[in-house]
Design a protein around this ligand. Sequence first.
Ligand code: GUN
Ligand code: ZN
Length: 594
Amino acid sequence: MFEIKKRDELGRIGRWSFEGRTIETPAMAVVVNPNKMTIPTDELENEFHAQLIITNAYIIKQSKYLEEIKKNKLHRFLGWDKPIYTDSGTFQMYSLGKTDIGTEETVKLQIELGSDIITPLDEFTFPTDTKSEVEKKMKKTYANSLLAREIINEHNKKYKRELQFNSTVQGGVFMDCRRECARLVSSLNPDIISVGGIVPLMEQYRYKTLTDIILNVKKTASINVPLHAFGCGHPMLFSLMVLCGIDVFDSAAYALFAKKKKYITVHGTLDMNELNYLPCSCPVCSKFTSSELIKNEKLLAKHNLYVTLSELNIIKQAIASGTLRRLTEMRCASHPTLYYAYKNLEKYNSFMEKYSSFEKRSSFFFISELSRTNTDLYRLKKRSKERQDTKDKLKFIHSDIPYGLKNMFPVGQNLLPFNIARRNKSVTAMRKLPKLDVFEEAKERLQYQFGKKLSSFFEENKSQIQVNISKTKIHRIKEMRMNDILIGVFSAKTGFFIPTFSGACEIRKYLGVNDYCVRVKNNVVSFAKEGKSVFARHVKYCDYKIRPHDYVFVVDSKNNLLALGQALMNKREMKEFKYGVAVNIRKINKTGKE
Ligand code: GUN
Ligand code: ZN
């Protein structure tokens, strides 16, 4: 079971449950080799607060501990009470060029070893594979997955267990193959989906292609389960990957790099031989010098793991604060190939914007040329074209924006470098824009939020509508009334209009019947009316225009308004998620009139 707790674009903080144990994503599956424990599991738990470990069926099959592990099971053998993930042996096909483990054998062995997440044998696709080779491997990968699904289903049914099933997406560098494979594996109802065949790309610094692959997989893979980037363990990539929709990483890098005397940082890898100062304050680096670290592989591995795990905390906080893009932009300035990869995201703006919150907790920061590609700006430009009809425009980061959006996010809540801010201002001053009319401003904002159709609401009710401004020094528009009845307030922070229940009824008269509607199932109608949250599984229909944090109309099957809510998901998410809140109710009908 997986549910979203907080989100920022495709990045999400999730709760992933396993037969009573729960972990939080984005999560790191720390790679553990039972033959050689670089960092013992009690240290992983107590010092690193690791939540998940991953080991490999193929390696265990060759191990002298095989029988002991079979007898005691992985949890007892490794002294690890939290979830254990196992891989099948596919990767050895890539790294060693051979695999001595069968399709059925690896699944059954993983079950016998006591793993919590089982991975079938997939066929590793290389970036150099031709399309016909890739297609052949995808077919085999799917067939293996199908067989594994059946074995796991049977086992779960027989022993009343909830072992989880991981299905891997292959497809080489062919994006249509990636999308097709993601669709196929999703049809098997996996508990987690992994993206395979990406290690060579990471080794070759081909991060642009990596973003293409992850985003193409994200388009068609079930969105209601965690997505794992197989073999991605370098923290400099994490924020970019989370922004593209990755929830799980695995890292052997912390140990492998230590062996080669490599020191991991969030900006890249440093060679211990050239390191005079330690640019880190983890428990290892605070206590030891670089000359001590260079001689001690375990200490170096520990530092590597500390930075790896702490980057995940930095990312989680960025998601919670709505600043994941800003963090990613900073990280991607670390290396030209990362910069290029971030720039590539612009190609996916129309896809990514669907997941981007409407209301941001933080101002828009222009911190580099990459900021131009932000989904907030993409949305601003797109909606300005599609939804607004004003002639008065204002310049904002080289785009013409309706003047009425002056105080609305992101135009009203921004921090721009002086050269750009000055250019915006000088253009505005030259145009001699009129003093902002509060009626026009309210109209522009509502059209931006709910669509162009609201223009007639303002035209037809011009004499009844009053827009009031705040009495504070700022003089921003504060509320809107119709014949003295409050129909909504404007958020002081972002400028968005939050209708009252009666306001929602009024503006709905001018919208299409499904516009910004979430229709709920009959059995939850009374709960929604009382103000209880609407869960994703109770949603019958959601308008495609809805974005996370949009104010939405919760309606019954006859389109009667039940409540005004704030969506936490978009249409696709409401459709696919079985768990979690889809809409938080904000305003209910307190008049008693239907
Ligand atoms: N580990 C790294 N890459 C892969 C992959 O493509 N498949 C599997 N099963 N494991 C991996
Ligand atoms: Zn350190």
